[in-house]
Design a protein around this ligand. Structure first.
Ligand SMILES: [Zn+2]
Ligand SMILES: [Zn+2]
Length: 239
């Protein structure tokens, strides 16, 4: 293959973004890898995103018993594209730590599909969960910001990268016990741009939801700007 053909890329066959297998139709991912992803699509509680939305509220949304009993929650909608299992964990760790930034467009497509109810309800601005600058220097990129950028392209919604910053250096949440997680991220985010969020429907983006503590803490910082609503959307979540 000539250098020119390689440069333009149109001669190269499309490959699966996950396993690298050649694709007959350029759908981004092969059928086998799609089979391996445990998508969360049925019976999803619109408030917390858990697949236990056994009740229907008066607007026709699936809702779980816990959210029905606690209607005052920070998020209007919460969604995750898939379960956090061995397969999605590898995918996300590759994306996050091993410079597989090419996965951003595939993962953003998953976010866009999972977030269809959120976009239908209205989103004015997308906010990626920020990294502390020392971590950003070490990792070179913020995986959530890459997801937000691609999601912005797909949805046509503006992305704001500096409305909230992470002002406190925290330990990785995975290293903390249940109670430590709360104190670890307490007050970790600071609101920087009120105008970008005030009176807006805000969508918060992250790669993984474990207990939801980080997303909630970030949402508390956003809430100080008095947005109309805050939603959360992640690629994967621990079920
Ligand atoms: Zn594949
Ligand atoms: Zn719920």
């Amino acid at each position: 293959m000539s250098l020119l053909q390689n440069f333009f890329g149109f001669i190269l066959p499309p490959r699966c973004a996950i396993c690298g297998r050649v694709l007959q139709i350029d759908q981004g991912i092969c059928d086998e890898c799609i089979e391996n992803i445990d998508f969360i699509s049925d019976n999803v509680c619109y408030r917390c995103g858990q697949p236990q939305g056994d009740f229907i509220d008066k607007r026709g949304h699936h809702i779980c018993g816990r959210c029905l009993a606690h209607p005052r929650q920070i998020f209007r909608f919460s969604r995750s594209a898939c379960a956090y299992d061995n397969f999605s964990q590898k995918l996300i760790l590759d994306f996050k730590f091993h410079d597989h930034t090419d996965l951003a467009s595939l993962l953003a497509k998953m976010l866009y599909v999972a977030g269809k109810d959120i976009f239908a309800a209205g989103v004015d601005v997308i906010i990626p969960v920020p990294l502390h600058y020392t971590r950003l220097l070490k990792r070179k990129y913020n995986q959530s910001a890459l997801l937000a950028k691609e999601l912005g392209k797909l949805s046509g919604v503006k992305v704001c990268y500096n409305a909230v910053i992470k002002s406190k250096m925290t330990r990785p949440q995975v290293e903390c016990s249940g109670s430590e997680r709360l104190t670890n991220v307490k007050g970790a985010f600071r609101l920087k741009n009120v105008a970008a969020l005030q009176n807006k429907h805000v969508l918060l983006i992250d790669d993984v939801l474990t207990t939801g503590t980080t997303l909630k803490e970030c949402a508390y910082a956003i809430k100080k700007a008095r947005p109309k609503s805050i939603d959360s959307l992640t690629v994967a979540r621990v079920l």
